[in-house]
Design a binder for this molecule. Structure first.
Ligand SMILES: [Zn+2]
Length: 411
């Protein structure tokens, strides 16, 4: 296919000598876009590209929480990658209030030390920690005040494996510190709660301050203003290098951009490596607000949100549009992709794609499943490292969505 394309282009250039000058005088030349689409023109090249970029973004940088220097470094790398093939690339900056844990102890129940991870943007304990009686509350746990039963610290359980940062706190008083604990400790904790053992924990928080948010935006203008927008978050939780969540999906998006740069499209293509997804989607909200302000939100006809495409070979597709679901199914069949997409219940406007709902676009949110035993336990964990990314899932996602862009472009 590449040879055919190259031939076509060579013929084209030969026949239109006059145009060549025009193209070369443009910052973004055909020659440049042809080179960059070559970057990902075979499965072998895509694998090499993926491994190289996983090393840069995940292994070399590590956790990339929003607002950190590490995130800014990663954003610069993604900007450079986009500049290899896209004619319009820029940072979309904003500021946000940041706070979070700076140090914390494990949970001590009786004499046992149990791994517990505080909640980002939650509440810390007093400087000397909290202690009280260990108790079970529904499927969660708490340290409660010995005198009045008041909840002093709350513990959510990660159903996939070891402890991840605490999340959710039900109907608790909002100032209660929340921690995450692992499912392997549940039996021990049940016993401890039954025996009303004493427990303690400590977590200090750094104060609110203005932190920089940076989305990276790349665009390929099409023949029309009608637009296909793809978004994948580049940030991570503070304690994970986030290879599967979500560097690998960002890499899929970059490869789609490189591939698309060698073609002409009716639709304008926009690629967003978003920031602050892990903190209430502030990056996506900021970029979407800009699109409303400059009156271009309504140009968007498709929104694709890639989040964790590499948990297994089966893409987990959420959309309320039946045409999109059929298209994904047909693509698997037509390209002989030996995996089975799963269809979820939400309308595709969730998390980072939610702020684009006012566009009235067709939305698709993609996650994945299939290697659950191997991949899900590393979710939001320090061991979500580059070597945990199943490369076949990167390739499947690339193939499916490269074809998806081509087909959606014809609609
Ligand atoms: Zn994610």
């Amino acid at each position: 296919m590449m040879n055919y394309k190259k031939l076509q282009r060579a013929e084209f250039l030969k026949m239109t000598g006059g145009l060549v000058f025009l193209m070369l005088s443009n910052k973004w030349s055909f020659a440049q876009s042809s080179l960059s689409s070559d970057l990902v023109s075979s499965a072998q090249k895509r694998q090499e590209y993926t491994i190289a970029l996983l090393k840069k973004l995940v292994t070399d940088i590590g956790p990339r929480p929003s607002g950190s220097k590490a995130f800014a470094k990663a954003a610069k790398i993604v900007l450079k990658e986009m500049q290899r093939s896209l004619p319009q690339v820029n940072f979309d900056r904003y500021e946000f209030d940041d706070w979070g844990p700076i140090n914390s102890s494990s949970l001590i129940v009786g004499a046992q030390h149990i791994e517990a991870i505080p909640q980002k943007r939650g509440f810390g304990t007093p400087a000397n920690g909290v202690s009280g009686v260990f108790a079970k509350i529904g499927s969660a746990y708490a340290i409660t005040d010995e005198q009045n039963g008041q909840i002093l610290a709350y513990f959510s359980v990660n159903q996939y494996g070891r402890a991840i940062a605490g999340s959710g706190s039900g109907n608790l008083d909002k100032s209660v510190p929340v921690f995450g604990i692992g499912k392997q400790d549940v039996l021990l904790l049940d016993r401890s709660a039954k025996n009303k053992l004493s427990a303690s924990i400590k977590s200090e928080y750094k104060p609110v301050h203005k932190a920089p948010g940076i989305n990276v935006i790349g665009r390929i203008p099409g023949k029309t203003k009608k637009e296909i927008l793809i978004i994948a978050h580049l940030d991570t939780i503070f304690n994970t290098p986030g290879a599967n969540d979500n560097a690998a999906s960002v890499i899929v998006m970059l490869m789609l951009a490189h591939a698309a740069s060698g073609r002409e499209h009716n639709h304008t293509l926009t690629f967003v490596a978003s920031d602050s997804e892990e903190y209430v989607y502030e990056g996506a909200h900021h970029y979407a607000a800009g699109r409303i302000a400059d009156n271009t939100m309504n140009d968007i006809r498709y929104v694709l949100n890639f989040d964790s495409l590499t948990y297994g070979p089966n893409l987990w597709i959420n959309s309320k549009d039946q045409g999109v679901k059929d298209m994904i199914r047909d693509i698997h069949k037509d390209l002989n992709i030996e995996s089975t997409p799963i269809y979820g219940e939400n309308d595709g406007f969730v998390m980072d794609s939610l702020p684009f709902k006012p566009s009235g676009a067709i939305a698709l949110h993609a996650n994945s499943r299939g290697y659950d035993e191997k991949t899900l336990p590393v979710y939001h964990r320090p061991d979500d490292t580059a070597d945990k990314v199943p490369l076949d899932c990167v390739e499947i996602s690339f193939q499916v969505f490269d074809e998806f862009i081509k087909r959606a472009d014809r609609t």
